[in-house]
Design a protein. Structure first.
Length: 178
Protein backbone atom coordinates (compact mmCIF):
# COMPACT_ATOMS: atom_id res chain seq x y z
CA UNK A 1 0.00 0.00 0.00
CA UNK A 2 1.28 3.43 -0.92
CA UNK A 3 0.21 6.73 0.59
CA UNK A 4 0.01 9.04 -2.38
CA UNK A 5 0.33 12.61 -1.14
CA UNK A 6 0.64 14.77 1.94
CA UNK A 7 2.88 14.54 4.96
CA UNK A 8 3.14 10.72 4.67
CA UNK A 9 3.25 10.80 0.87
CA UNK A 10 5.24 8.11 -0.94
CA UNK A 11 5.44 5.91 2.17
CA UNK A 12 4.90 2.22 1.35
CA UNK A 13 3.63 -0.59 3.55
CA UNK A 14 3.52 -4.31 2.80
CA UNK A 15 -0.06 -5.52 2.93
CA UNK A 16 -0.54 -9.00 4.44
CA UNK A 17 -1.04 -11.68 1.80
CA UNK A 18 -4.10 -13.07 3.57
CA UNK A 19 -6.04 -9.82 3.40
CA UNK A 20 -9.64 -10.21 2.22
CA UNK A 21 -10.20 -6.59 1.13
CA UNK A 22 -10.29 -5.17 -2.39
CA UNK A 23 -8.16 -2.04 -1.99
CA UNK A 24 -9.00 1.05 -4.02
CA UNK A 25 -6.38 1.32 -6.76
CA UNK A 26 -3.71 4.01 -6.47
CA UNK A 27 -5.02 5.54 -9.72
CA UNK A 28 -8.61 5.77 -8.45
CA UNK A 29 -7.52 6.94 -4.98
CA UNK A 30 -5.32 9.71 -6.37
CA UNK A 31 -8.08 10.95 -8.65
CA UNK A 32 -10.90 10.84 -6.10
CA UNK A 33 -8.74 12.72 -3.60
CA UNK A 34 -8.14 15.40 -6.23
CA UNK A 35 -11.93 15.72 -6.52
CA UNK A 36 -12.41 15.70 -2.73
CA UNK A 37 -9.78 18.39 -2.21
CA UNK A 38 -11.48 20.58 -4.82
CA UNK A 39 -14.70 20.30 -2.80
CA UNK A 40 -13.32 20.64 0.74
CA UNK A 41 -10.10 21.69 2.41
CA UNK A 42 -9.24 18.60 4.46
CA UNK A 43 -6.87 20.36 6.85
CA UNK A 44 -8.43 20.40 10.31
CA UNK A 45 -11.49 18.39 9.23
CA UNK A 46 -12.92 15.15 10.65
CA UNK A 47 -13.29 12.07 8.46
CA UNK A 48 -15.00 8.70 8.78
CA UNK A 49 -13.78 5.76 6.67
CA UNK A 50 -16.35 2.95 6.62
CA UNK A 51 -15.34 -0.53 5.46
CA UNK A 52 -11.73 0.65 5.81
CA UNK A 53 -10.02 -2.45 4.37
CA UNK A 54 -6.27 -1.80 4.25
CA UNK A 55 -6.76 1.74 5.57
CA UNK A 56 -5.45 3.33 2.38
CA UNK A 57 -8.23 5.94 2.40
CA UNK A 58 -7.80 6.47 6.15
CA UNK A 59 -4.09 7.20 5.74
CA UNK A 60 -4.71 9.56 2.81
CA UNK A 61 -7.05 11.56 5.06
CA UNK A 62 -4.41 11.63 7.82
CA UNK A 63 -1.63 12.48 5.39
CA UNK A 64 -3.66 15.42 4.09
CA UNK A 65 -3.91 16.91 7.61
CA UNK A 66 -7.37 15.87 8.78
CA UNK A 67 -7.61 16.72 12.49
CA UNK A 68 -9.27 13.41 13.32
CA UNK A 69 -10.07 10.21 11.43
CA UNK A 70 -12.25 7.33 12.56
CA UNK A 71 -12.13 4.13 10.56
CA UNK A 72 -14.29 1.04 10.90
CA UNK A 73 -13.16 -2.40 9.74
CA UNK A 74 -14.66 -5.77 10.64
CA UNK A 75 -11.91 -8.20 9.51
CA UNK A 76 -9.17 -8.88 12.06
CA UNK A 77 -6.34 -9.00 9.48
CA UNK A 78 -7.20 -5.58 8.05
CA UNK A 79 -7.91 -4.07 11.49
CA UNK A 80 -4.51 -5.24 12.78
CA UNK A 81 -2.76 -3.96 9.64
CA UNK A 82 -4.31 -0.49 10.05
CA UNK A 83 -3.22 -0.38 13.70
CA UNK A 84 0.32 -1.47 12.75
CA UNK A 85 0.66 1.24 10.08
CA UNK A 86 -0.74 3.84 12.51
CA UNK A 87 1.94 2.86 15.04
CA UNK A 88 4.68 3.06 12.40
CA UNK A 89 3.49 6.54 11.42
CA UNK A 90 3.09 7.50 15.09
CA UNK A 91 -0.37 8.99 14.51
CA UNK A 92 -2.42 10.05 17.51
CA UNK A 93 -5.51 11.38 15.76
CA UNK A 94 -6.84 8.06 14.47
CA UNK A 95 -9.49 5.89 16.08
CA UNK A 96 -9.60 2.37 14.65
CA UNK A 97 -12.82 0.51 15.39
CA UNK A 98 -13.08 -3.21 14.84
CA UNK A 99 -16.69 -3.78 14.01
CA UNK A 100 -19.50 -3.72 11.50
CA UNK A 101 -19.67 -0.43 9.59
CA UNK A 102 -23.47 -0.45 9.32
CA UNK A 103 -23.86 -1.06 13.05
CA UNK A 104 -21.46 1.81 13.69
CA UNK A 105 -23.59 4.05 11.46
CA UNK A 106 -26.81 3.00 13.19
CA UNK A 107 -25.36 3.94 16.58
CA UNK A 108 -23.40 7.04 15.50
CA UNK A 109 -23.78 9.95 17.90
CA UNK A 110 -21.65 12.50 16.08
CA UNK A 111 -21.18 13.84 12.58
CA UNK A 112 -18.11 14.18 10.38
CA UNK A 113 -16.99 16.62 7.71
CA UNK A 114 -16.28 13.78 5.26
CA UNK A 115 -17.62 10.22 5.15
CA UNK A 116 -16.05 7.70 2.77
CA UNK A 117 -17.49 4.21 2.26
CA UNK A 118 -16.09 1.35 0.22
CA UNK A 119 -18.35 -1.62 1.01
CA UNK A 120 -17.68 -5.01 -0.60
CA UNK A 121 -19.35 -4.87 -4.01
CA UNK A 122 -21.03 -8.23 -3.41
CA UNK A 123 -22.35 -7.29 0.02
CA UNK A 124 -25.99 -8.15 0.60
CA UNK A 125 -28.06 -4.95 0.64
CA UNK A 126 -25.30 -2.93 -1.08
CA UNK A 127 -27.82 -0.70 -2.87
CA UNK A 128 -29.25 0.53 0.46
CA UNK A 129 -25.89 1.54 1.96
CA UNK A 130 -25.69 5.10 0.55
CA UNK A 131 -29.17 5.87 1.88
CA UNK A 132 -28.25 4.51 5.30
CA UNK A 133 -25.15 6.71 5.36
CA UNK A 134 -27.03 9.83 4.24
CA UNK A 135 -29.71 9.37 6.89
CA UNK A 136 -27.31 8.61 9.75
CA UNK A 137 -26.16 10.91 12.54
CA UNK A 138 -22.64 10.67 11.01
CA UNK A 139 -23.87 13.08 8.34
CA UNK A 140 -24.84 16.70 9.05
CA UNK A 141 -25.52 19.65 6.75
CA UNK A 142 -22.35 20.27 4.73
CA UNK A 143 -20.95 16.73 5.13
CA UNK A 144 -19.29 15.38 1.99
CA UNK A 145 -20.11 11.71 1.39
CA UNK A 146 -18.26 9.50 -1.09
CA UNK A 147 -19.39 5.95 -1.86
CA UNK A 148 -17.24 3.63 -3.95
CA UNK A 149 -19.14 1.12 -6.09
CA UNK A 150 -19.15 -0.79 -9.34
CA UNK A 151 -20.83 0.32 -12.57
CA UNK A 152 -24.04 -1.59 -11.89
CA UNK A 153 -25.22 0.98 -9.32
CA UNK A 154 -26.67 4.43 -9.95
CA UNK A 155 -27.21 6.57 -6.88
CA UNK A 156 -27.92 9.85 -8.70
CA UNK A 157 -31.53 9.96 -7.47
CA UNK A 158 -30.52 10.08 -3.78
CA UNK A 159 -30.71 13.41 -1.93
CA UNK A 160 -27.55 15.48 -2.03
CA UNK A 161 -26.07 13.73 -5.09
CA UNK A 162 -23.60 16.11 -6.77
CA UNK A 163 -21.28 14.00 -8.94
CA UNK A 164 -20.32 10.60 -10.28
CA UNK A 165 -16.75 9.74 -11.21
CA UNK A 166 -15.34 6.66 -12.91
CA UNK A 167 -11.68 5.64 -12.87
CA UNK A 168 -11.19 2.35 -14.69
CA UNK A 169 -13.67 -0.10 -13.15
CA UNK A 170 -14.02 1.97 -9.97
CA UNK A 171 -17.02 4.28 -9.58
CA UNK A 172 -17.62 6.96 -6.97
CA UNK A 173 -20.88 8.68 -6.15
CA UNK A 174 -20.44 11.96 -4.34
CA UNK A 175 -23.02 13.66 -2.13
CA UNK A 176 -23.16 16.84 -0.12
CA UNK A 177 -25.95 17.04 2.38
CA UNK A 178 -27.41 20.52 2.84
Amino acid sequence: MRIIRGKYGRRRFDVPTNISARPTTDFARENIFNVIENLIDLEGKTALDLFAGTGAITFEFLSRECAEVVCVEKAATQYNFIRKVAQQLNVDNLTVIRGDALRYLASATRSFDVVFADPPYDMEGFAEIPGKILSSAAVAPGTLVIVEHNKSHDFSSLPGFIDHRTYGSVNFSIFRVE
